[in-house]
Design a protein around this ligand. Structure first.
Ligand code: 4AZ
Length: 256
């Protein structure tokens, strides 16, 4: 996150962190994600460069984690990945990521899913195809870089406010043109000083409706970070309600 501030996991208790264990067994932070039900984390497809060939036994998912390089025995919950479902239509060949969405089924060492605590809880999904008007402020959170040229992720979870941009503006020539499809939307700040960045991928963009926070976007891509006319691009979650229901077996009742 560029231009944001350190926050706590209790303020964003659906934030998941996904780690990859290399052959030399060090754990590398890979991506963010969002807990949408006790057993399911929603993230970005591009977080898994090996696609369906990803060795899921090398993945770990943490919930309730404030810092990516510290173990918080009291709060964090750790999981293996039982299933990785990448959208069939994921396409990274057009210079952007279309259908950049994936699901992880998580399972704890005792066979359990996430337990709700003050640091761990699910986020609501908005109704299918619900659109918010341009200009609405929403919130992003992640452990990604604090500026484009940085060598490191942020050690602590960070948050920032970004405003939704209209599709018309974001697909205009000064912005991204046709690289932004109907499965994406853009969000940014008027001064171009606040944005998501590398390492925030897969994480949430949430917006408040009727005093509740809903997951409208998944951090997906952008040209650099915090560049003029190059806002952050997010997967449009409301295009995928049916896909999520089909793959997880969850209904609109359990997803609220
Ligand atoms: C990335 O490389 C990335 N400024 C994520 C978000 C943005 C750019 C790049 C948006 O993961």
């Amino acid at each position: 996150i560029v231009g944001g501030k350190v926050t706590t996991i209790e303020s964003h208790p659906w934030v998941a962190s996904i780690f990859w264990r290399s052959r030399f067994s060090e754990s590398i932070f890979q991506c963010g994600g969002s807990l949408i039900s006790p057993c399911w984390v929603l993230t970005a497809a591009h977080c898994f460069p090996d696609g369906p060939q990803t060795k899921i036994h090398r993945l770990s998912v943490f919930l309730g984690k404030n810092a990516i390089n510290e173990t918080d025995h009291n709060r964090e919950q750790r999981f293996r990945v039982e299933e990785l479902i990448i959208h069939d239509g994921f396409d990274n060949t057009e210079g952007s990521y279309n259908n950049d969405i994936a699901l992880l089924k998580i399972i704890g060492s005792g066979g359990q899913c996430a337990e709700e605590t003050t640091s761990v809880r699910t986020v609501c999904l908005p109704p299918a195809h619900k659109m918010l008007p341009a200009g609405i402020p929403c919130e992003v959170a992640g452990y990604g870089k604090e500026w484009e040229g940085s060598w490191h992720n942020s050690q602590y979870l960070r948050e920032a406010k970004v405003n939704l941009l209209s599709q018309k503006v974001c697909t205009s020539k000064t912005y991204y043109g046709k690289m932004v499809t109907d499965n994406m939307f853009c969000a940014g700040s008027p001064g171009w000083n606040i944005d998501t960045c590398k390492g925030d991928s897969g994480g949430p963009l949430v917006c408040e409706v009727n005093n509740r926070l809903f997951l409208f976007g998944i951090v997906s891509w952008g040209e650099g970070c915090s560049r003029e006319f190059r806002p952050g691009v997010y997967t449009r979650v409301t295009n995928y309600n049916r896909w999520i229901a089909e793959k997880t077996g969850l209904t609109s009742i359990t997803l609220g």
